[in-house]
Design a protein around this ligand. Structure first.
Ligand code: FE2
Ligand code: FE2
Length: 280
């Protein structure tokens, strides 16, 4: 429990005899680097609050990924998905736990103890053992993995080209190392189900994906009005701390949407309206 805020709880990373097991997974059986030290003098004091807020937001979305990937693994198991799918999704759960840990290392180095919201993560779907719940699971799979994980992997890849602060660079590369695969796991699994969807099911999937894309666009600060503009000095400095500004993230989003997501969904037999997510 976080003092003074009943809606949040402190992220706990230790206190049990399982800590070595967790650490071994986080550090990839000893093959991952430890976080480099952070000298707070490397962060301009006026940027520190925004840097903390940005890394705290990232930690929260990674934590949400733990919840969703765990639920998805369990739902796919109940649907009888092949064991190699379940094994791959089990790995995603482990990866997302690692990402929370990595973001927590950055926040700790900035002198902050990470906290999490109690009620932001929606409760998982109530299972009813009917065809509709299977469709809901597959729609959730497409929404989270094919849309969210695919697009955010491109965001991480681009953020890595701009980051300068060593601990932020370490954290982004640890996260990207895993995220690069998560979208592909989603598409490979969706191939088992989506091509057999009826026309009505595909229409519902399209509507859900459209809503997802609008939400993603808004979450990264879009849509931006007007013409592309030069970045401000502060925006460039924030990108150096691992937190690229909205114009950069939106450009990556529109590009990945058009060149990656739309063609891959078309391969699954789901054509999306090209106007979705376009600027302006
Ligand atoms: Fe992640
Ligand atoms: Fe992921």
């Amino acid at each position: 429990m976080t003092a003074g805020d009943p809606k949040r709880f402190d992220l706990s990373r230790g206190g049990t005899r399982l800590h070595p097991v967790h650490q071994q997974r986080v550090r990839r059986d000893g093959s991952a680097d430890d976080p480099p030290p952070l000298d707070l003098k490397d962060i301009p004091p006026d940027l520190l609050p925004d840097a903390v807020a940005g890394w705290q937001r990232l930690l929260e979305s990674e934590y949400e990924s733990v919840v969703v990937a765990g639920w998805m693994t369990s739902a796919l198991a109940r649907m009888g998905a092949p064991l190699d799918v379940l094994g791959a999704f089990g790995r995603v759960v482990e990866d997302e736990v690692r990402h929370v840990d990595v973001a927590a290392d950055v926040l700790n180095a900035m002198g902050v103890a990470p906290t999490l919201p109690r009620d932001v993560i929606p409760p998982v779907l109530a299972w009813k053992d009917d065809a509709q719940s299977d469709e809901q699971v597959v729609a959730g799979l497409v929404s989270f993995f094919c849309v969210g994980e695919l697009l955010s992997a491109f965001e991480f890849r681009h953020a890595l080209t701009l980051v300068r602060l060593p601990i932020a660079q370490w954290a982004l590369s640890e996260i990207h190392r895993d995220e690069a695969f998560h979208g592909a796991f989603g598409f490979e699994t969706a191939r088992l189900f989506v091509p057999d969807f009826t026309g009505a099911q595909k229409d519902r999937l399209r509507a859900r994906m459209t809503a997802d894309l609008v939400r993603f666009e808004r979450r990264i600060g879009g849509p931006l009005p007007g013409e592309p503009r030069e970045l401000t000095g502060k925006e460039r400095d924030m990108a150096g701390l691992g937190l690229p500004p909205p114009p950069v993230m939106l450009a990556v989003f529109y590009n990945a949407l058009e060149t990656q997501l739309l063609p891959r969904m078309a391969e699954l037999g789901v054509e999306l309206d090209l106007k979705v997510g376009k600027p302006g």
